[in-house]
Write a protein that binds this ligand. Structure first.
Ligand code: DGJ
Length: 732
């Protein structure tokens, strides 16, 4: 059983295959955290975390006097740390009581185990009957304000999720002014944090920072999780690496404003908090009302980052992504964006589909520019009616023409935005976020729709379903090309404007739920100017994300490497595009572009009618090769072997995917820089059977698994720029 309740010790212990998480109700009836780390036999671990210091200017709770004089909220490892009561560290929850006072003191009320995984009203979350749920209820010492802490335990993947519901059972409204989901106090030690920062076309760069006695904050206030930071961090031992050391991965299942912060306190203890960003957030909870915090998902690994990532990969693939395509083979697609941009008509698209079909492509995606008045990005968003002049007929006609070429048909939407030059804006200017008496900021010539209003969401729902019902559409790309500024909803009174960011997310998730449920056969791909919303929230609705608007194979090495810390290959949209590359003018071999795109969803994004015969043959070969390795790539165990961020002289980025039983592996090596007189280079392969022999790409010569893992696989030398090779390792 994954959840152990020990009534004598008043402990609550969650165990997974390799990890353990423990909480205890202490002498003041406070729920404290005692441990999260490697699995061990049961013991009450409170000896380690109880308060035993001088208070050092941390106040004592009134009821501690005479009972446990050293007790301070400022040192206790509270499982739900709250503001206002003397815990001056990072904390999770801030409640403004109806009398205006700011603070609550949650104390233990009860606990319950539920079979299966809890879900959260209106919010995405991991799911699965194989998981168990522990619900612990706390109540403020004074008021009838309850905190329900939900823990989901996925034994197999070493994944523990958590969410918090705040319930107001008083007869007056209260205000949540801070609603972070997670407080996590780590065992004493010195840690680093990995975060995944970037910008448009350069997402999820890996950065490593020491956690010291000041706060590190990873956050977004952009209304989307953003390119600039990702709602995922790893806290790890100073010397942790891919295979060694303690690593705690924390992912938020949320796509809006977030904050993940860490600090070492005066007692040398490290605390991490994660959840909704408290800036410009306050949420009224009416009497008998509740507020649900988004989910946080955690994996602990004592075998470094690699194992942690593989746990997240499996959990995200199997217990977060949903729908028909979560585990079935996805079609190889061609998207016309980099091939034509806005400059196309139906004949052009059909000619591209015709050529692409001959190469083995299965799905044609018509990107931006097919609707309203939309020949550039200055107008048309909000008017989801096909431009029949450009499409030379109805959308249905075009889908039929593409289908007649033997291809499925897909389409692009940007449902959350609106152009000033659109019929929707002319009819409903109030649908866009803007502050009273202030001209709103424009970004890519567009505004953001106020999804906190149901009528706005419904309007877009009706428009989208009209389009989706009108033609044979097999795929939807859901884009979002600006961040939110000028936040203000005309539908809410001044004192409730702090709710708008989160209500926007609830509106978006509601729309996504309705659309993806209504069209279970459509493959949905999320996008936000590439990977600006690559997070567990969006993956609940759409199993793949356009990883970046940067399609250059060499830049993609870092982008896909950083993305792989949390997210599996099956979620990473990756396309072969033309050279010189449109984003950075780099010229790379077509083979290298293919090899990099294999470790994603693999597709094309170019004008295939302009390719040479030789290039077409290469694409044909790639599609066959990609499909041959599809299962291994998408569902294998992923290993990062050599980092593209490494400063050693290898100049290689190398990664691998291996079958769980060690019978087969595929290694991809890309050389991202060049050098003269290069020495031979070997890379240590992972996940093979040490005592079995293997062939490399069907070679005569066989290699012992242990040799490939301990000495390494020799990378062949190619004398040109940006070479790459695949090494298919099979049992001899
Ligand atoms: C941004 C996306 O990331 C691109 O792939 C493309 O769909 C454009 N938007 C279209 O405007």
């Amino acid at each position: 059983m994954a959840i152990l309740i020990n009534n004598k010790d008043k402990t609550y212990t969650l165990t997974t295959k390799n990890t353990m998480y423990q909480m205890k109700v202490d002498e003041l009836n406070v729920l404290v955290h005692t441990y999260y780390g490697a699995k061990m036999e049961y013991m009450d671990l409170h000896y380690y975390s109880k308060c035993n210091s001088q208070p050092s200017f941390s106040p004592n709770p009134a009821d501690s006097i005479g009972v446990c004089n050293q007790y301070t909220y400022g040192e206790a490892s509270q499982e739900l740390s709250c503001a206002g009561i003397g815990d001056f560290r990072l904390n999770a929850i801030g409640v403004r009581n109806s009398d205006g006072s700011f603070g609550v003191e949650p104390r233990f009320v009860g606990a319950e185990v539920i079979k299966g995984k809890y879900s959260i009203k209106g919010l995405p979350s991991f799911y699965g009957d194989e998981a168990d749920t522990l619900v612990i209820t706390l109540k403020d010492k004074v008021h009838d304000i309850y905190f329900h802490l939900y823990y989901g335990v996925f034994e197999e993947y070493d994944l523990i999720t958590r969410s918090v519901t705040v319930e107001n059972k008083t007869d007056k409204s209260i205000k949540l002014e801070k609603a972070l989901t997670l407080t996590l106090d780590l065992p004493r030690g010195s840690y680093d944090m990995l975060n995944f920062h970037g910008r448009h076309m350069r997402e999820r760069m890996v950065e490593r920072t020491g956690i010291k006695h000041s706060q590190i904050t990873i956050e977004s206030m952009r209304g989307g999780s953003s390119h600039m930071q990702n709602p995922f961090v790893v806290v790890c031992d100073k010397d942790a690496n891919e295979e060694y050391g303690s690593a705690w991965g924390i992912a938020l299942v949320y796509s809006g404003n977030f904050k993940i912060a860490a600090e070492k306190d005066q007692w040398e203890k490290t605390r991490v908090v994660a959840g909704i960003n408290p800036e410009n957030f306050s949420y009224e909870i009416l009497p008998n009302g509740t507020f649900e915090c988004p989910e946080a998902a955690m994996v602990y690994s004592n075998e470094g980052f690699g194992n942690m990532s593989r746990c997240f990969h499996k959990a995200i693939r199997n217990n977060l992504c949903r729908g028909k395509y979560k585990n079935t083979q996805r079609p190889v697609l061609i998207n016309n964006w980099e091939g034509t941009y806005f400059n196309f008509n139906a004949d052009k698209l059909v000619s591209m589909a015709h050529e692409a079909k001959k190469l083995g492509v299965e799905l044609f995606v018509m990107d931006d520019g097919w609707f309203g008045k939309r020949d550039d990005d200055h107008s048309g968003l909000g008017d989801w009616t096909p431009n029949e002049k450009k499409l030379q007929g109805t959308l249905k006609n075009l889908a039929e023409r593409i289908n007649a070429e033997g291809m499925k048909f897909g389409i692009w939407f940007e449902p959350e935005c609106i152009s000033e030059d659109s019929d929707l804006y002319r009819a409903h200017p109030d649908y866009a976020f803007k502050m009273p008496d202030r001209d709103p900021q424009v970004s890519r010539n567009q505004y953001v729709l106020d999804y906190s209003r149901k009528e706005v969401v419904d309007n877009i729902y009706n428009q989208l379903t009209t389009v989706l019902d009108s033609a044979n559409i097999s795929y939807v790309k859901w884009d979002f090309n600006r961040h939110i500024s000028d936040l203000y909803s005309v539908a809410l009174p001044p004192e409730k404007q702090g709710e708008v960011y989160h209500r926007y997310m609830l509106g978006l998730y509601d729309l996504l739920e309705r659309i993806t449920t209504k069209y279970p056969d459509i493959l949905f791909e999320s996008c936000s100017g590439g990977g600006g919303r690559f997070d567990c929230g969006m993956l609940y609705y759409m199993p793949q994300v356009w990883t970046s608007d940067n399609s250059d194979a060499i830049d993609r090495l870092k982008i896909q490497y950083g993305t792989s810390f949390a997210y599996p290959v099956s979620t990473m949209g990756a396309h072969v595009s033309v050279c010189p590359n449109h984003q950075n003018a780099r010229v790379t071999p077509l083979k290298t572009r293919g090899n990099v795109a294999y470790f994603g969803t693999y597709g094309l994004e170019l004008d295939v009618t302009k390719m040479t015969d030789e290039e077409k043959e290469e694409i044909k070969r790639q599609i066959v090769e990609f499909k041959k390795h599809y299962e291994l790539i998408q569902h294998g165990e992923y290993y990062r072997l050599i980092s593209p961020f490494a400063s050693d002289e290898s100049m290689y980025c190398v990664w691998e995917t291996a079958k769980e039983d060690g019978s087969e592996a595929l290694v991809c090596a890309v050389r991202y820089d060049t050098d003269a007189c290069t020495p031979p280079f070997y890379v240590r392969v992972k996940g093979l059977l040490p005592n079995r022999f293997y062939r490399i790409n069907g070679s005569e010569k066989t290699y012992l698994g242990a040799a490939l893992m301990n000495l390494g696989l020799e990378l062949e030398y190619d004398f040109f720029t940006y070479p790459s090779r695949l090494y298919h390792i099979t049992l001899a």
